[in-house]
Design a binder for this molecule. Structure first.
Ligand SMILES: [Fe+2]
Ligand SMILES: [Fe+2]
Length: 257
């Protein structure tokens, strides 16, 4: 099974490149299933219309993060649709679900979304214990499991990778928007990368305009951070999983302009 995962889609430029290119990228890598982090499709959060656009453009499963509820209307959409998930370790009262099982007819893949606790908003439960809880609940015949770990601290991401090594097929990080060069298969067969990067404008500060971010960092109290414009890129990973065992065969970074 080949799984393609795309990092945080940022603003209109990110959505546009996904709409224009995702089906051809999927074909190029012969991806069976595509997982896309959509938490920044509106900059902060995403609308139900944007979620539908991502889905129709080839995102079989949409994952989210700390900006899940920035557009409040998404709450009902999260309840009604099982192709979109938000971090499983939000408080139990949070709308939506934290994992889903996607079935292509030929393959079944469980996708779990978790948030880090370190340097993130308060209110998330332990991603480590939440992962245990979900894995215990899954049917035994589910061997293919990937985790989008939406987190800031590289240490927490590394630690969760090792915690789940041999128990899930892959753990990939999102949220920092900067792709890391540490992709590898961990000793017990789990694919791992600290962050898969961002799908948005390349010459930007994490997807926002360089000018507005520089004013912000220079102390301008009136500045509004704006989405960058310009050439967008797609960042992500291609993960090959053994069809029988679910172990990771290979994990490769991808960056396409
Ligand atoms: Fe985030
Ligand atoms: Fe993000």
């Amino acid at each position: 099974m080949i799984v393609l995962a795309l990092g945080d889609v940022f603003g209109a430029p990110g959505l546009d490149i996904v709409r224009e290119k995702l089906w051809s990228v999927r074909r190029h890598y012969r991806a069976d299933i595509c997982v896309v982090n959509g938490e920044n499709a509106s900059g902060l959060g995403l609308t139900s219309a944007q979620a539908r656009t991502l889905h129709e453009s080839g995102a079989d499963v949409i994952t989210l993060g700390n900006h899940t509820y920035s557009k409040k209307e998404i709450a009902d959409f999260l309840e009604d649709n099982d192709f979109i998930i938000r971090p499983a370790n939000y408080a139990p009262s949070a709308p939506g679900r934290g994992y889903t099982i996607y079935d292509t007819g030929k393959h079944r893949l469980c996708v779990i979304n978790l948030s880090g606790q370190v340097f993130m908003r308060t209110g998330f439960e332990s991603p480590f214990l939440k992962a245990d809880e979900i894995l215990k609940k899954l049917p035994e015949d589910i061997k293919h499991i990937v985790v989008d770990f939406h987190a800031e601290a590289t240490s927490e991401k590394n630690a969760l990778g090792y915690y789940l090594d041999g128990r899930v097929s892959a753990v990939f990080g999102t949220h920092t928007h900067i792709q890391t060069a540490d992709e590898r298969v961990l000793p017990k067969g789990t694919g791992y990368i600290t962050d898969i990067g961002m799908t948005g404008v390349r010459e930007s500060v994490l997807g926002s305009s360089v000018e507005s971010c520089l004013k912000f960092f220079l102390g301008d109290p009136l500045i509004r951070i704006e989405t960058a414009s310009g050439q967008a890129e797609i960042c992500g990973v291609i993960i090959e999983l053994d069809d029988k065992t679910g172990k990771c065969v290979s994990i490769e970074r991808m960056r396409i302009s």
